[in-house]
Design a protein around this ligand. Structure first.
Ligand code: NDP
Ligand code: GDR
Length: 357
């Protein structure tokens, strides 16, 4: 009998953590996640997978911890004995990282180092070989140096968040080269879904559309509409994370669609879908501008396509529609185009994508 694989995920309550947990559970893994203690529940996105740990056959377990608390990370490793670790935990909002730079760098940069150090000791002491995934970001490319951006494109981070991710990236490379750790950096471009955090621009827009239709909101206030992003579907992207850890050799990979669109274009597709004109609803608020902006991101995923056999399954238009439908459904609304029937994605797909929003 082969032994069940044990995976540990930091950031399990986030967008990616929830989709990755679903994927790993489907693959037969035992999944352990680190959650932060909060005064209100923060497990909405994973509640649909969670079962009472006293029941037999349960394969999803949660542990209190924090990337700023190295002692707890070490204790969790000892208890859980994982063979794959996915480091998704982060203060992941770029704008917020300008307001809270020290905390962001502590969680994102130092947090990764704490985890890598804990893994080094744990691996040495137990002899268990660990595979490590680091959630790197296209934000590391920052100011445009090359188009499209690929694994060899120089980094030019433009926020405390991005600087911390660059630090975490190089520490991960360093642990691979210094200690032979099976460590991979995914350099993931923006990926979205109905489970995307409500303050990221895509979800902010699709949620506002549903609320406008429901009469709960009149306007939406946004910042820079000219920046361009390479937007993919989160569920596709967590598959790439898993694939990286199934290869013979550890490596770093760009994960992207190879297409880029501005915030204006996102607004066009999202509002057109419900037959509204965004110019009637969108207002400018300088609060949402960043001290330094990343103007253009477009990734070259050739390496992931060729080596991992990965490819995106959802087009930009489909992604936007999926998100609008998700938010409409959450408010009990149906698309004015007839319950989304003209959508290229059927309602079962939308329901499954949304899971717990
Ligand atoms: P989310 O913001 O949705 O989730 C972040 C997760 O990290 C949450 O579970 C959050 O917990 C947890 N977290 C926050 N601070 C800490 C901390 N100090 N210690 C432990 N856990 C913490 O992010 P995504 O799911 O979108 O992204 C996952 C990872 O991928 C992040 O590292 C992000 O920076 C990176 N990334 C994301 C991209 C994207 O487009 N989504 C693109 C490239 C990289 P809580 O729920 O309690 O807040
Ligand atoms: P990003 O995502 O910074 O790319 O980071 P976000 O959706 O926050 O911003 C994308 C672009 O939209 C512009 N923008 C606004 N952004 C927000 N959040 N709110 C607004 O009101 C608004 N108006 C305009 C921004 O200026 C920006 O140009 C995301 C995060 O998930 C990171 O953790 C991840 O590493 C990167 O994607 C890849």
């Amino acid at each position: 009998m082969t032994q069940r694989k044990i995976a540990l995920i930091t950031g399990i309550t986030g967008q990616d953590g929830s989709y990755l947990s679903e994927l790993l559970l489907e693959q037969g893994y035992e999944v352990h996640g680190i959650i932060r203690r909060t005064s209100t529940f923060n497990t909405d996105r994973i509640d649909h997978m969670y079962e009472d740990p006293h029941k037999e056959g349960v394969r999803l377990f949660l542990h209190y911890g924090d990337l700023t608390d190295g002692t707890t990370l070490r204790r969790i490793l000892e208890e859980v004995k994982p063979v794959e670790i996915y480091n998704l935990g982060a203060q992941s909002h770029v704008r917020v990282s300008f307001d809270s730079p020290e905390y962001t760098v502590d969680a994102v940069g130092m947090g990764t180092l704490r985890l890598l150090e804990a893994i080094r000791d744990y691996q040495q002491r137990t002899g268990i070989e660990v595979r490590f995934y680091q959630a790197g970001s296209s934000e590391m490319f920052g100011k445009v140096q090359e188009v499209p951006q690929k694994e060899t494109t120089p980094f030019y981070p433009r926020s405390p968040y991005a600087c911390a991710k660059v630090y975490a990236h190089w520490q991960t490379v360093n642990y691979r080269e210094s200690y032979g750790l099976f460590a991979c950096n995914g350099i993931l471009f923006n990926h979205e879904s109905p489970r995307r955090g409500e303050t990221f621009v895509t979800r902010k827009i699709t949620r506002a559309i549903a609320r406008i239709i429901a009469g709960k909101q009149k306007k939406i206030y946004l910042g820079n509409l000219d920046s361009k992003r390479d937007w993919g579907y989160a569920k596709d992207y967590v598959k790439a994370m898993w694939l990286m850890l199934q290869q013979e050799e550890p490596d770093d990979y760009v994960v992207a669609t190879g297409e880029t669109y501005s915030i204006r274009q996102f607004l066009d597709v999202a509002f057109n879908y419900v037959n509204l004109d965004w110019h009637d609803y969108v207002e400018f608020d300088e609060r949402y501008l960043r001290p330094a902006e990343v103007e253009l991101l477009i990734g070259d995923p050739t390496k992931a396509l060729e080596k991992l056999g990965w490819k995106p399954s959802v087009t930009f238009e489909e992604l936007v529609h999926l998100m609008v439908e998700g938010d409409m459904q959450a408010l009990g609304l149906t698309s004015p185009n007839g319950n989304g029937s003209h959508s290229p994605l059927d309602m079962a797909t939308i329901r499954q994508a949304a899971g717990s929003m």
